[in-house]
Design a protein around this ligand. Structure first.
Ligand SMILES: *Cc1c(COP(=O)(O)O)cnc(C)c1O
Length: 423
């Protein structure tokens, strides 16, 4: 991977035709360390949030030794980039072949399920293995989360005790419970409440569990969504765990996805055309901007001017813009508002921040687009849960005017290497 000091250095050195994803491994490292220092349990990275090899490798190099996977390709990815790490197959619905391959070819022993039928599949596909860690996925309330992950999966409280009992009988090894409070959970106490719910199911079943897996849901910062400190979340989990009727060796697990990677990536897009307040970009809802289109998240943005002239920074009054992506589909629309200097024009570059989770990961090749390159940078993210940048992305126009700058760029005349600080 090529390395630049900042996104601006890349724009100065070469005007990229295609979108560029910026990787900030240092930011992933800080997040990984924070979870290990703060969370009193095992951290499984939920690979789906961002399956980039540099993410897997950086996490593994910074002590994350466990991964939450949902498919054979994810398992192969982790096996390649974090060899020897532990994997948990936490998709509650798997094909028999995927279960067998995971168990026999990759040594995966932890499986989750939310029905008796899936439990039976796991037992049969592993040849009645007696060394399985069987995790019952419980449905819990998703209040306070931007995305519910309970609508599709999770056994309801009425049927949970019987499934817990069946799981307990099916393994000599670990049996446990898991849930997901919903992604981008804005309320720390949601974890404690879900754990109380899990505890009631355990008591009604009359079983002992060896694992309490609190899933993901740890938030990041987006405009209009500034969550409480992450330490409030782990405190809520630790309190919830202390209140559960579990034995002294019961393990506490978490599966953060978003919080480990969201702030570590941004994407550089190019303005292909301006029509009033609509900017037509070379990345969109079929690329890295799924949430900007489908959830209307107004991601933070920075503008870089790619034109001849002096390389000075210019402040400009801001105006709200909306984006269109490069495909011919009218769904490819990101309403924003994205606050940019009012003179934004064709040929400018817009860096869209906080796309490390469920951004880069969502890229498709629809309509011939989506072929982004990745380069490493070492500047600060646009916002941070870990004190790496300002915590707040302020929305009111007056405040944004203080923060945002247009950067006028000169095309480097034969001095690209010096300016670009490329290694
Ligand atoms: C998606 C998912 C996660 C990660 O969720 P985040 O909200 O990104 O932390 C964790 N566990 C399971 C089972 C998931 O499906």
């Amino acid at each position: 991977m090529q390395t630049y000091h900042t996104p601006l250095d890349l724009v100065r050195e070469r005007s990229p035709e295609r979108p560029v994803a910026f990787a900030r491994p240092g930011v992933v490292a800080v997040a990984a360390r924070w979870f290990q220092d703060s969370f009193q349990g095992d951290v499984f990275y939920a690979v789906k949030a961002n399956p980039s090899p540099w993410v897997i490798e950086t996490l593994a190099a910074n002590g994350v030794a466990s991964f939450d996977v949902a498919s054979i390709p994810e398992i192969e990815l982790v096996a390649e980039h974090a060899p020897g790490s532990r994997m948990a197959f936490m998709h509650p619905v798997k094909s028999r072949r995927a279960i067998a391959q995971a168990y026999f070819d990759h040594g995966v022993k932890t499986f989750s399920f939310d029905t008796h039928e899936e439990l039976q599949k796991i037992i049969e596909a592993t040849g009645n293995a007696d060394d399985l860690s069987l995790i019952v996925r419980l449905g819990v309330s998703a209040e306070g989360a931007a995305y519910s992950l309970s609508g599709k999966f999770g056994v309801d409280s009425h049927h949970a005790p019987a499934l817990l009992l069946a799981a307990r009988r099916a393994t000599q090894d670990r049996m446990g419970v898991s849930f997901h409070v919903g992604s981008q959970c804005m309320r720390p106490t949601a974890f404690q409440a879900a754990m109380a719910q899990a505890n009631r199911a355990i008591l009604r079943a009359g079983v002992m569990v060896d694992v309490v897996d609190v899933g993901g849901g740890f938030p990041s910062v987006y405009p209009g969504m500034v969550p409480p400190d992450l330490s409030d979340y782990v405190d809520s989990i630790h309190r919830g765990f202390a209140e559960m009727s579990v034995h002294k060796d019961t393990e506490l697990w978490a599966e953060p996805g978003r919080a480990l990677v969201a702030e570590a990536s941004s994407v550089l897009t190019k303005v292909e055309l301006r029509k009033g307040d609509a900017l037509y970009l070379n990345d969109g809802s079929y690329g890295s901007l799924f949430d900007a289109a489908h959830s209307k998240w107004p991601f933070p943005v920075k503008l870089y001017r790619g034109e001849d002239g002096a390389g000075e920074e210019v402040e400009g009054p801001l105006k709200p813009f909306r984006f269109y992506g490069p495909t011919c589909d009218s769904i490819d629309h990101m309403p924003g508002p994205f606050w940019l200097p009012e003179d934004v024009r064709e040929g400018d570059y817009i860096e869209i921040g906080m796309l490390g989770a469920y951004g880069i990961a969502m890229n498709t090749r629809f309509n011939g687009f989506g072929d982004a390159e990745t380069v490493a940078v070492s500047d600060a993210p646009m916002a941070s849960m870990y004190g790496l940048a300002g915590r707040h992305i302020r929305l009111p126009r007056e405040q944004q005017q203080e923060e945002r700058k247009v950067v006028r760029l000169s095309r480097p005349k034969g001095a690209a290497g010096k300016k670009g600080r490329r290694r």
